[in-house]
Design a protein around this ligand. Structure first.
Ligand code: C5P
Length: 405
């Protein structure tokens, strides 16, 4: 989780907050404003979080290590604690002239603020109007607490206690639409060995699958991400299993699926593998060479064919006739939902944006081109809709069964 600390006297409580968050199992990165550093040093929060503290927007060394966009993407939740009156006003305006402002703008994960300020500043209509605007945009507001203030006054404006903030944060995940569900996601390409140094693979970057895993986690699910070789960081709170070949991925998925509620196959699995893998590096020949290929198991179809399958979601990446191809694939593989996307130059693979057309038994939905993070959240919410309606359906059946008994 990403913690933003702004310049109020309550900034000293950020130390305790980081300690409690780590104790609760969160990996924590901290962004401090210039004002915050007047109250508490970055070194303190660095030592407690175990990560370098981020303070500058225009610092090439810090940007090279983890830029503001990467930091925003990394976060599964952004909490600003304490959030001063000025911080609220800046969030309302969407200011991006310091690191915390820029990260807040770029971050698509859930956001929360823990306001802390003098009672009169809190009561001021300007602050209250800012608060209304932020809440209307979906920001969660934790506190403030009421009581004796550092300025000697008594009233609302004290930052909520760190232990309460940790509890409220974990509540954000518990109350998600997939809370209590277990989700298995596949992502990335697979590599099919030809010899010890060569393989067959594809252009999948894994970004869509990782975004789906993160979105499912943000919706409160326990997430297991089975990933082919990719250069991506594991989304926070997600358990990752690395695999290389389609056969490895097949084995890992079938081991994880029992007890799972949802399986989302985003991986671009190689359909074929070399029939034999040479033990030594193959040498070039005078003439053409032929590789004999063998079919790989279809992971998605095999999961869908299990006696008690989870809710299955597949992807249909096509370079043409996308929609019809996807509809046919859904029926052929007997999956509950399929997301069709166009791939090829500038589409789908190895780009940050994508568009999907999603089909299920009795419906469809077009998700227009947008960032993969947002798109993944929309897809996860469609899955949650279907699970909810399946549950209602089950209930209707069981009520009818009782009636006829
Ligand atoms: O048939 P096609 O490969 O186009 O199907 C794509 C969907 O099936 C994707 O969801 C992909 O992850 C999944 N798949 C799989 N195992 C394979 C091939 C595809 O799980 N061997």
């Amino acid at each position: 989780m990403l913690l933003g600390v702004t310049g109020g006297i309550a900034a000293y409580k950020a130390a305790e907050l980081v300690r409690l968050l780590r104790g609760a199992g969160a990996s924590v990165r901290v962004v401090m404003t210039a004002g915050a550093q007047e109250f508490i040093t970055p070194l303190t929060l660095q030592a407690l979080s175990g990560n370098p503290v981020h303070t500058e927007l225009l610092d090439s060394t810090a940007e090279a290590a983890m830029g503001h966009i990467e930091l925003a993407r990394w976060a599964d939740v952004l909490l600003i604690a304490p959030a001063t009156a000025d911080c609220l006003a800046r969030l309302v305006q969407g200011r991006a002239d310091d690191l915390l402002g820029a990260v807040s703008l770029a971050c698509e994960a859930p956001k929360a603020i823990a306001p802390a300020m003098n009672r009169a500043m809190w009561d001021n209509p300007a602050t209250q109007a800012n608060l209304d605007t932020l809440q209307a945009r979906g920001l969660h507001v934790f506190g403030p607490d009421s009581g004796e203030q550092a300025c000697g006054e008594i009233g609302p404006g004290r930052m909520e206690a760190p232990a309460v903030l940790v509890e409220r944060l974990s509540g954000l995940f518990r109350n998600g639409r997939l809370a209590g569900r277990r989700v298995v996601v596949t992502a990335g390409p697979t590599r099919e060995a030809i010899d010890p140094v060569r393989f067959i693979s594809n252009h999948s970057s894994g970004r869509m699958g990782f975004a789906v895993a993160r979105a499912a986690r943000e919706a409160g699910a326990e997430v297991i991400l089975v990933s082919g070789p990719v250069a991506l960081e594991t989304p926070p709170g997600v358990r990752r299993i690395d695999v290389i070949s389609a056969a490895d991925m097949h084995a890992a998925v079938l081991e994880q699926v029992p007890g799972s509620d949802i399986f989302i196959a985003v991986a671009a699995v190689a359909d074929y593998r070399p029939a034999t893998v040479a033990g030594q590096k193959l040498h070039k020949r005078e003439t053409a060479m032929t590789l004999e290929l063998q079919r790989n198991p279809d992971i998605l179809a095999d999961v869908a064919a299990l006696p008690d399958p989870p809710f299955t979601v597949g992807f249909a990446a096509e370079t043409e006739l996308v929609l019809q191809g996807a509809k046919n694939k859904r029926v052929a593989k007997r999956v509950d939902m399929i997301a069709a996307n166009l791939v090829g130059a500038g589409h789908g693979f190895d780009v940050d944006e994508n568009a999907l057309h999603v089909f299920w038994e009795n419906g469809e939905c077009e998700l227009p081109r947008t960032g993969k993070t947002r798109l993944a959240a929309q897809l996860v919410s469609l899955v949650a809709d279907q699970l909810d309606s399946n549950n209602t359906h089950d209930k209707v059946i069981s009520i009818n069964a009782k009636d006829s008994a």
